[in-house]
Write a protein that binds this ligand. Structure first.
Ligand code: HPA
Length: 277
């Protein structure tokens, strides 16, 4: 939780000022590269990379497959920031650190956030190595990243959550998927803190609540971005069937292998979506 509001805002500004000295320009779009999305950076032009370790105040990314690099580049003719590596609550970070980079991006002028992740599929008919558009989320089971003193210059104390995920963006992602011949499901993403995967009983409970998929990221960032007034789009790679729905036990290897299988499709989808944002 934020203890000293002024000190936290100063820390955000110091990080943003540092990034400005290292990238040629600012960008209005930020893409968070979840599992399997790494190759998106390879189809960007004019790429400049900044290590998280160089950015003052930035946490370190410790999750497997998360590189810890901020990438600036041009994708589909648009200037973008890409986060190769994010921060998860399960790594031991407080929520203020998990979402720190979102506020830094807001200070840099980012208006649209594209979040991607790997998630366990819950909804009937879902297949591993497929994609889901996140239409909404459930996060009342956990603390809010906005708990504590409100940062009034970023957003209001009691932000509306009717449309965290921008409707127009959802339609545009669907349109791009249709054009590319990618079959996508749509659903509600439930944030669980991890790092342990869920139990079958937890998944049955989440399914009864209307969950489409479950994962350990994305929601704190989406809440914070919407608090800052950003438009948010989010896509899950269904890397496995959730616990109890899968014929076998869950492993992080399965998650990485299946995220890799849809890597090409996910990158093409985001490339085309950025073009029409
Ligand atoms: N549960 C939570 N997080 C995940 C899963 C899952 O089944 N798969 C990938 N991330």
């Amino acid at each position: 939780m934020i203890v000293d509001k002024e000190a936290y805002i100063r820390k955000i500004d110091i990080a943003a000022d540092f990034i400005r000295t290292r990238v040629p320009d600012t960008a209005e779009i930020c893409i968070v590269l979840g599992s399997g999305l790494g190759p998106l950076a390879d189809i960007c032009e004019d790429v400049v990379t900044v290590d998280y370790t160089d950015i003052p105040g930035f946490p370190l990314s410790t999750a497997p497959g998360h590189k810890g690099k901020l990438i600036y580049g041009v994708l589909s003719g648009k200037k973008v920031f890409m986060m190769s590596g994010r921060f998860h609550y399960y790594e031991g970070y407080e929520y203020v650190d998990v979402v720190f980079y979102i506020r830094v991006m807001a200070r840099l002028g980012v208006k649209s956030l594209i979040l991607t992740n790997a998630a366990g599929g819950i909804k009937e008919g879902m297949k591993p190595a497929s994609l889901m558009i996140i239409e909404d989320h459930i996060s009342f089971l956990v603390d809010s990243p906005l708990r504590g003193p409100n940062l009034d210059e970023f957003g209001v104390r009691f932000p509306d959550q009717t449309e965290v995920y921008d409707r127009e963006y959802i339609d545009k992602i669907q349109q791009c998927a249709d054009n590319l011949g990618i079959e996508m499901s749509r659903g509600t993403y439930v944030f669980c803190k991890g790092p342990q995967y869920e139990t079958p009983a937890e998944i049955r409970a989440l399914k009864a609540m209307g969950a489409g998929a479950v994962g350990m990221s994305t929601v704190p960032e989406a809440i914070t971005a919407s608090h800052c007034g950003m438009r948010v789009a989010a896509i899950s790679c269904i890397s496995n069937l959730a616990a109890g729905l899968s014929p076998h036990k869950l492993t992080s290897e399965e998650v990485i292998i299946n995220a890799g299988k849809v890597s090409e499709e996910s990158c093409a989808l985001i490339r085309d979506f950025v073009a029409i944002m």
